[in-house]
Design a protein around this ligand. Structure first.
Ligand SMILES: [Mn+2]
Length: 327
C-alpha cells in the first residue's frame, strides 16, 4: 500500500480505491460490495448509480473521523459482484418495461442469490462485509448470508418505511418487501428492530404488532425513547440495515421515496455509537437507496450531495463495525 508515500490527511490519489485507499480485498478487514440495482423502484429512479456515486464521493471523506477514529488502518476495500448482475439488471428493467412481472421476479431472485453467494464467500474468507446498494432489495441476500453464518442475529433497520409488504406492484422482491422476505427466508434472524419508520401500510402496521420478532420504534416516538430502550430487544450480534431514507430528506434529497421527518445526522451517530457501546457486535451492514441527482454526468457523480452524505455514513458504518469486533 505504499505506506511511505501514503498521507491519510492528504488528497486522495485519483486512481485510488474507496476512501482513497489502495488496500487489496485480500488484505482488508472489511470489504464493501457494490450492488448497482433498481429493478423494482416504485417512485424515483437513480439508486443503481448509488454505489458509483458513493465511490467517487468517498475520495473527499476525511480518514480521521471524530466518531470512529481511523478505521482505514484495518483495510477497507471495494469489491464488485459477478458481472452477470449487470446483465440481469438490464434484463429486469426491460422486462419491467414490457410488463413481464414474472420475469422481473425471476431476475430479482437471481440477484438475491448472487449477492447472497458473494457475501457468503467473502465472509468465508474472514472478511466483514458491507453491502452498498442499490435499492434496499439488494440487502436481502446479504442478510440471509449473515444469518446463516450467525444464527440468532438481530437486524437493526434504519428506514422511513417498514418494508414488510408481502409484495408491491406484483414484485415479490420489491424494496418495499425487504424485511418481509428476510423474516420469511432467513431462519437465523431472531429479531428485527426498526428505527425511524413513519410511512407504512395498515397491513404492515398489523404485521409489526403480530410478529413477536419485530419491534418498531416509530419516528414519532423517538423523542421520548433513549437509544438504550430502542436497542434493548437486540441480541448480541447485529446486522445494521440502513436505508438512507430513514434520515431526514435534507440528507438524501434524491432518494427514491423520501418522507418528511426522519433521523438527524447526529441522531444516526449517537444511535450507532450506543449500539457499539452496548457491547454488541455488528456482523455486517448495508447502506441502500442513496441516489445521485438525476442527469448528473458520470465525471461529476462525486459532487452529488446525496453521495457526499452516503460516503460519510459509509465510512462511519465501516468504523463502528470494525470497532465492535471482539479482540
Ligand atoms: Mn427500505
Amino acid at each position: 500500500m505504499g505506506v511511505n508515500s501514503f498521507d491519510p490527511d492528504g488528497p486522495a490519489d485519483p486512481g485510488s480505491g474507496v476512501f482513497g485507499l489502495c488496500t487489496p480485498a485480500e488484505e482488508a478487514a472489511l470489504v464493501l460490495l457494490a450492488a448497482p440495482w433498481e429493478a423494482t423502484v416504485s417512485y424515483r429512479g437513480g439508486t443503481a448509480r448509488g454505489p458509483e456515486a458513493i465511490l467517487a464521493a468517498s475520495h473527499q471523506v476525511e480518514l480521521f473521523d471524530l466518531e470512529v477514529g481511523t478505521p482505514y488502518e484495518q483495510g477497507i476495500a471495494w469489491v464488485r459482484p459477478k458481472p452477470e448482475l449487470a446483465s440481469f439488471h438490464r434484463e429486469a428493467l426491460s422486462a419491467r418495461k414490457r410488463g413481464d412481472t414474472e420475469a422481473v421476479n425471476r431476475l430479482c431472485h437471481q440477484m438475491v442469490e448472487i449477492i447472497s453467494e458473494a457475501v457468503d464467500e467473502w465472509m468465508g474468507q474472514g472478511r466483514i462485509v458491507g453491502l452498498v446498494g442499490g435499492d434496499h432489495s439488494t440487502a436481502v441476500g446479504a442478510m440471509e448470508a449473515a444469518a446463516r453464518r450467525n444464527p440468532g442475529i438481530g437486524i437493526l433497520q434504519i428506514d422511513a418505511h417498514a418494508d414488510l409488504r408481502e409484495a408491491y406492484q406484483g414484485y415479490t422482491n420489491s424494496h418495499a418487501s425487504v424485511m418481509y422476505n428476510v423474516l420469511k427466508r432467513a431462519e437465523g434472524v431472531a429479531r428485527l428492530v426498526q428505527v425511524g419508520v413513519r410511512d407504512l401500510g395498515e397491513q404492515e402496521y398489523d404485521r409489526i404488532h403480530s410478529d413477536p420478532r419485530i419491534v418498531c420504534s416509530f419516528d414519532r416516538d423517538l423523542h421520548r425513547l433513549s437509544w438504550e430502550e430502542v436497542l434493548a430487544p437486540l441480541p448480541n450480534s447485529v446486522w445494521v440495515s440502513c436505508d438512507i431514507d430513514g434520515l431526514e430528506p435534507s440528507l438524501c434529497p434524491n432518494t427514491g421515496t423520501p418522507v418528511p421527518g426522519g433521523l438527524r445526522w447526529d441522531q444516526v451517530s449517537s444511535l450507532l455509537n450506543a449500539l457499539v457501546a452496548s457491547g454488541r457486535r455488528i456482523v455486517g451492514f448495508d447502506l441502500c437507496e442513496v441516489s445521485p441527482a438525476p442527469g448528473l454526468e458520470q465525471e461529476r457523480l462525486g459532487e452529488s450531495w446525496d453521495a457526499a452524505v452516503g460516503a460519510r455514513l459509509l465510512y462511519r458504518l465501516a468504523g463502528w463495525t470494525l470497532r465492535s469486533q471482539p479482540n
